[in-house]
Design a binder for this molecule. Sequence first.
Ligand SMILES: [Fe+2]
Ligand SMILES: [Fe+2]
Length: 531
Amino acid sequence: MDINMFNMSHLDSLERFKGQSIALLGGSFDPFHNAHRMLVKSAVEALPVEALLVMPLGWAPHKTTRMRLATFRYEMSIRGVYGIPRVYVSDEEIKTPAISYTIDTVTHLINKISPDPLYLVIGSDSFEALPSWRCYKELALKVVFAVARRGDDDMEKLHTLAERYQKEDDAHVVFFKMPPSSLSSSNLRTALRQGKSVEGACPEKVVGLINTYRIYDFQDEYDALSEESWSRIRSTEQAAWRYYTQKQRLHVVSVAQYAARLALANGVDLEKAFIAGLLHDAAKNLPVKERLLLAEAYLTSHLFAKDAAKVIRDVALSNKNKLASSDQSVKEFGSYYEGSDYHSVLLNTSLSETRTTCLSDNSSSEMRTTCLSDNSLSEIQTSCLSDNSSSEMRTSYLSNASSSKIRNSCLNDNETLWLTSLNKSLLHGPAGAMLAKNIFGIYEPDILDAICFHSTARPNMTSLEKVLYLADKIAYDRTFKRLEPIRKYSQKGDLDFAMHLCLEETFVALNRKGKIPHPFSIAAYEEIRDL
Ligand SMILES: [Fe+2]
Ligand SMILES: [Fe+2]
C-alpha cells in the first residue's frame, strides 16, 4: 500500500489554523477503531469548526499499560480518519516532550495558534469524571467541551452535569450526537494478542497496517523490558521523530521490534537491540556532505574493535599499491584512529580541521598522509568518484573469493556505480553511529557499532550487530524472496546461518540492480561461509 496516499490527513504545520475555530480530539488510539472514526465524523459534521485535529498521545506517564510505539498509533490514526473532510492528524503531542496531560496540549495549542474557539471533543463516559482531570478548572476556562452523546446515554444526567459545570466553573458545554458503539481499544488489544482478527472493528486501512507490521504481535518483547528500558525506548523514539519521514519511522520501528524479537531469541540485550533499531537510519536524510563528515569521524575514532578491523584492513593494505590513494574504502579500512570527539566534529566547519583532530594519534603515517592529503570536501568527493584503478583492485581483491556468484557480480559492475553506491547509500551507517552518540546520547559502543555496520556488515560481528543487520533486512515490512528461511534460522538462534543466507540474498539483489557488494560485506560473507 502506498503510504503517500494518506498524506492528506497528515498535518505538518498547525500555523494554517491560526485564529480559526478548531476541535481537538486526543487519545492513545491503540488501536484506532471504528468508534473513533464515528466520533470524529460526527464531531466534525456537528460542530461549527474549520478543522478537527486528531492528536495521538505522546508520552503519557499516567498510562499504566504500555502503548504501542507512537509511530504506529500515529499511522493508525492517519489511516483511520482517511477520507473524512476537514480532519487532520497532528503529531504535536508525540514530538513535544513537555506535553503529558490535556491541559498541556490545550495550552500549547492556544500559545501556538490561538484557536477561536477551541472545542475539546470528549465521550459522554468521560464527562462525569471531568473535575478529576489535571487542572480541570483552568481547562474549563480555555475550551468548549464538546460532548458526544450516544442514543443510550442518560440525557437528564448529562444536562444536569453540564449545568453544574457551567455554574460552578464557568465551563462551556455543547452536545452532539453519535451512533452507539460498544467497541473498546482494550478489548481489541486483547483480541489482537490472542491472534484474532479485528476486521469490521477497525477501519480497513488500519486493519491492513496492523496485519502488515504485526503491530500487536510483540507482547513478549514488550513485557520483557524493564520500566527503565521502556522509558528509554519511548524517549528515543520521541527524540528521533524529527530525523525521519513517516515512511522511514514505520520502517525503523518495525526493525526495532523485530530486533527485539531476535534479541530475545538469541540471548542479546533487548533494550540495546530496540535502541539500535530505532536509530539505525537516523542519518539517512542528512545531506551527503554531513553524512561524509560524520561517517569519517566515526570510522576514524576506533569505535570498532581493532581485531575485527584488522582482517579487512590487512586485505586492503595488501592491495594498497593497486588502490588509488583516494579510494574511500582505503580510508574506511585503514584509518580508524583514536581521539575523535563529536564536539570537535560538529564545531569544526572545515573537514581538514576535523581530520587533524581525528588523526592525531600514531597510526599508520602512510594512511594519515592519504587521508590528510585532501583539504576540501569537494575534492574528496571528486576523488572518491574518480578512482581509476578500482577495477584492478576488485579483480585482485576477489581473486581469492570462491563464490563465483559474488565475484561475477563484482566484476561485471562498472566502477562509477560501485563508488557511488559506497559513498551515498552506505554512509548513513557510520554517520548514524556518530549521530546516535552525539545527538541521542548513546554511549554504549556495541549499539554504536551495530548502527555503524548495519549497512555493510563486517567480519567478526557481535551478536547485536547480526541482530540489527538481519532485522533491517527481514522485519515485517520487508517482502523479498527467501525471507522466510532467514527469519526461521534467526529466530531459532542460528544467527550465523541466517547471516549467511541474508548476505547471499543481498548480493543477489545488488547484482540485479547492477551494483556490487561493499568489501566489508564480502569479507563478512567469506568469514561466515567458512565457519
Ligand atoms: Fe539503513
Ligand atoms: Fe533500515
